[in-house]
Ligand binder design. Structure first.
Ligand code: GLU
Length: 457
């Protein structure tokens, strides 16, 4: 079999969303699985709706997800240019080819593609005009995901508008021919166009590529397709929130593809090995942001310590460049981040989760304060802690725990009797890493200052 050539063909008319990312990913995976070529083609013929900003978002999002293209803008290739706005000559050349087959005609300044079949003129009530209906044989699409699909095209359609610009169906098919595309993998919303495309391929006298239409992504709740406006739909949002791209890729590939069994976290190499088009589900997939958040957490937990710290630093540098965390000594930054690693769901939680470890200027949760200070005798506990601190061994969590326990034993109390108020004092909240770790990282002096501040406030 000849080499597989697939393409991802986005139109830069809006932000890059989950559905587009999944289509790109399935194309990329299929290319990597088969040792084929992944082409990026920009379908930017609609001058009014395209923008350079959206184009940049496509490049950035694909790169961030690691979906590198073998041919396309920026990398070139033997079938360029890869932006449709730069391929006008090729479209004119292919129009001439099609004209030569006798399958086109001109009407009202536009160029039409003529279907084969008996024709009758009928008055279309809806459009309030007379149209020509063609009794053509059904077009058969052998879809690698949907199976056999039949569609009937019953009207000729425009391929070049009266303003001289080619329409989507024409440029899409011409580029698939000119770029040697063997498999068209795209969203199911294009299935309704495919019979037109198949008829064009046949009219050009070239083999029809394989088609694989990927089912829709349904929004989290209710019926209906996920749209760009739905929450959680945009890829750049995940990028901004510090999601790990590999977690998103893993999540996306399970959105409509089933590797068999209940495999969840899969190394990319394994996904590439297992991925195949018949494994893509025929039914629509439902988006589940909790599942995505969970996947992200699973990936975060699995990162090697150095890698986690590097990602955390990159996240701060990019999204919180003024954060005190970045002023801390590298070993302090590292120690704090590793404490947070098993406790957070996403990197976006890090700034708030770790703030009090890097600055004295951290918020105190008023509700927590009210609760903690209203129970037992917290001020006495604080006073006792402050008095005992000089005798504590600060070199390890275990030693600090010893110290607190010894203090508690004197008054027939337990470790727990000191915990809530100590935590409130050093962190302003009631959740976080263990209190002993907090003490150790902050060090004796800062702990004392915070306990005293709490006692005074
Ligand atoms: N440009 C089309 C879109 O963004 C893709 C068409 C195709 O993949 O064939 O929906």
């Amino acid at each position: 079999m000849s080499q597989v050539r697939v393409r991802f063909a986005p139109s830069p008319t809006g932000f890059f969303h989950i559905g587009s990312a999944r289509t790109a990913l399935f194309n990329w995976l299929y290319a990597r699985h088969t040792g084929g070529v992944f082409v990026l083609r920009i379908e930017d013929t609609d001058k009014e709706r395209n923008s350079e900003q959206f184009l940049q978002v496509i490049y950035d999002s694909l790169s961030w997800l690691g979906l590198n293209w073998d041919e396309g803008p920026g990398v070139g290739g033997a079938y360029g240019p890869y932006r449709q706005s730069e391929r006008a000559d090729i479209y004119r050349e292919y129009l001439a080819k099609l004209k030569a087959t006798g399958r086109t005609y001109e009407k009202d300044g536009a160029v039409w593609f003529r279907l084969i079949g008996d024709r009758t003129e009928v008055f279309d009530e809806h459009r309030k005009k007379t149209v020509t209906k063609v009794k053509a044989a059904p077009t058969v699409i052998q879809d690698l995901i949907r199976g056999r699909v039949e569609r009937v095209e019953d009207e000729d359609f425009v391929i070049f508008r009266s303003d001289g610009n080619p329409v989507f169906h024409f440029v899409n098919v011409v580029d698939d021919i000119a770029m040697g595309i063997t498999h068209v993998i795209r969203g199911e919303d294009h299935l309704s166009n495919t019979s037109k495309h198949v008829e064009l391929f046949k009219a050009f006298g070239v083999p029809v590529p394989h088609f694989a239409h990927i089912p829709l992504i349904l929004k989290q709740q209710g019926a209906g397709k996920m749209s760009k406006r739905d929450q959680g739909a945009l890829i750049e949002e995940y990028q901004r929130r510090g999601y790990l791209p590999e977690a998103l890729v893993n999540f996306l590939c399970l959105l409509g593809w089933n590797p068999g069994g209940d495999l969840e976290k899969l190394p990319l190499a394994e996904i590439i090995r297992l991925f195949d088009l018949p494994g893509v589900n025929q039914s629509n997939a439902r988006f589940d942001d909790k599942k995505l958040a969970h996947m992200n957490m699973v990936y975060l937990l699995a990162l090697a310590p150095d890698e986690f710290v590097a990602r955390a630093r990159a996240y701060f540098e990019r999204h919180h460049p003024a954060a005190p965390a970045l002023q801390a000594a590298p070993e302090v930054f590292q120690a704090v981040m590793l404490l947070a690693q098993p406790k957070i769901k996403g990197l976006e939680e890090l700034p708030a989760y770790t703030a009090y470890l890097f600055t004295e200027d951290y918020p105190v949760d008023a509700k927590v304060k009210e609760k903690v200070m209203g129970k037992g005798d917290p001020k006495t506990r604080l006073t006792e802690l402050i008095a005992s601190l000089p005798g504590f061994d600060f070199t390890s969590d275990a030693a600090i725990e010893e110290g607190i326990k010894a203090l508690a034993a004197k008054g027939s109390l337990g470790f727990g009797d000191y915990q809530a108020v100590a935590r409130l004092a050093v962190s302003g909240t009631n959740a976080g890493p263990s209190i002993t770790s907090l003490f150790r990282l902050l060090g004796r002096d800062r702990v004392r200052q915070r306990l005293e501040r709490c006692l005074a406030g």
